[in-house]
Design a protein around this ligand. Structure first.
Ligand code: DOR
Ligand code: ZN
Length: 404
């Protein structure tokens, strides 16, 4: 337990893990009220995040990316200001304000000063923007993206593969001139690696994508920076481990912690449903092995993808797991379960920045081996959201920015 100043007892401090401030290399922040509901949770734990462009309509050019980036920064400022006001009320033990505080800090014993310090740090959060690749993307869009200095990558959604992918690419072969420009300018291609062919079993779509698309992409554009996003299979982990050239993969907390049984455990559980879908235990183990191998090709990307609970608990449930508020606690628990905590800083802090050609964050965070309950439900605009593993206990707790 923390004392009033927010410092740890000696015993807990000895076991704590201090890690360079992580970045989230795959994140969905949405827009409007939904954006306001989720942006602070990420800014309280991560220095930067690659923000996915699958809005409706999608973010396809630099001016849209600039406007979206500004909406993210405005929403963050607004929520921080609002939270500061709540902290003042929390100081006077206002019960509603206390509940709102727990929404963000998940820590009933936190002092008001500690929370204010955390918010000051969160204000430094930097969204890294992406463009949505469409059949109409031109090489000039790539030049503008690189020249902007704030667009860091382009996302490939095969049309129909997932949430808001209807504007996605129908044939990657028609876009070779665009990929060639990306290769030349050093702009990474982030790949949602699933075929959309209805005849291919949903559990095989990633492995088939490697055979039909990835191998060819790697061969035709050997210098193109590729990120195989949210990998879910042994085949993908081995492909990324062994391929030639600049290639890496992000891995989500759900794919490290759960296999597909989680979706069917005691009934159909939509809050464990995302795309690519959870796979068999063999695959989970291969992902855990890759993440904890120390290889710089694997790094953190939560794919935190909020949907309101009523659209998840639905006859046609939306795909996406919302993990942002407890993402680092989940990752620490996964690495600890295989006795590989020494590899968490590489995975969470160093590897992604190096791949993107950015310097690693200089600030630090702390995690403590103390069971904590994840939030059961959270406000989401006018609605609410049920996060991944909502209400469950996880063995690690995120303890905030260090020495601030
Ligand atoms: O489960 C998913 N949800 N996978 C994706 O690729 C997209 C995401 C979303 O935007 O909801
Ligand atoms: Zn995603």
């Amino acid at each position: 337990m923390n004392d009033e100043q927010g410092t740890l007892s000696k015993a807990k401090a000895a076991q704590a893990l201090v890690c360079g401030l992580p970045d989230d290399w795959h994140l969905h922040l949405r827009d409007g009220d939904a954006l306001k509901s989720v942006v602070l949770a990420t800014a309280l734990q991560f220095g930067r995040a690659i923000v996915m462009p699958n809005l409706k309509p999608p973010v396809t050019n630099v001016s849209q990316a600039l406007a979206y980036r500004q909406r993210i920064l405005d929403a963050l400022k607004l929520v921080i200001d609002e939270t500061v006001r709540n902290i003042d009320r929390y100081k006077t033990s206002d019960i509603l304000a206390t509940i709102r505080m727990q929404h963000f800090f998940n820590r009933p014993d936190a002092s008001a000063d500690w929370m204010l310090e955390q918010l000051l740090q969160a204000a430094h959060f930097e969204p890294l923007m992406t463009l949505y690749l469409t059949d109409h993307t031109a090489p000039s869009d790539i030049d503008e993206a690189v020249d902007s200095g704030f667009v860091r990558a382009v996302k490939l959604y095969p049309a129909g593969a997932t949430t808001h992918s209807d504007a996605g690419v129908t044939s990657i072969h028609q876009l070779h001139h665009v990929l060639a420009r990306m290769e030349m300018r050093g702009l990474p291609l982030l790949v949602h690696g699933e075929v959309t062919d209805r005849d291919v079993d949903v559990f095989d779509r990633e492995a088939v994508f490697i055979d039909r698309v990835m191998i060819d992409l790697r061969r035709k554009f050997p210098g193109l920076k590729l990120v195989f996003e949210h990998i879910t299979t042994e085949e993908a982990a081995h492909f990324v481990r062994d391929a030639e050239g600049p290639i890496a993969a992000t891995i989500t907390p759900q794919h490290l912690l759960y296999n597909r049984n989680a979706i069917f455990n005691g009934g159909l559980r939509p809050h464990w449903y995302c795309l690519p879908v959870l796979k068999k235990e063999r695959h989970r183990r291969a992902l855990m092995q890759a993440a904890s191998s120390g290889s710089a090709r694997f790094f953190l990307g939560t794919d935190s993808a909020p949907h309101p609970a009523h659209l998840k608990e639905h006859a046609a449930a939306c795909a996406g797991c919302y993990s942002a508020p407890h993402a680092l606690a989940l990752y620490a628990s996964a690495f600890d379960a295989v006795d590989a905590l020494e590899h968490l800083p590489g995975f969470a802090w160093a590897h992604g920045a190096a791949f993107y050609g950015l310097s690693a964050n200089t600030r630090s965070i702390r995690l403590v081996p103390e069971a904590c309950q994840t939030p059961q439900r959270l406000g989401f605009g006018e609605r609410h959201i049920v996060p991944l593993a909502g209400g469950e206990f996880v063995p690690w707790r995120f303890d905030g920015f260090v020495d601030c």
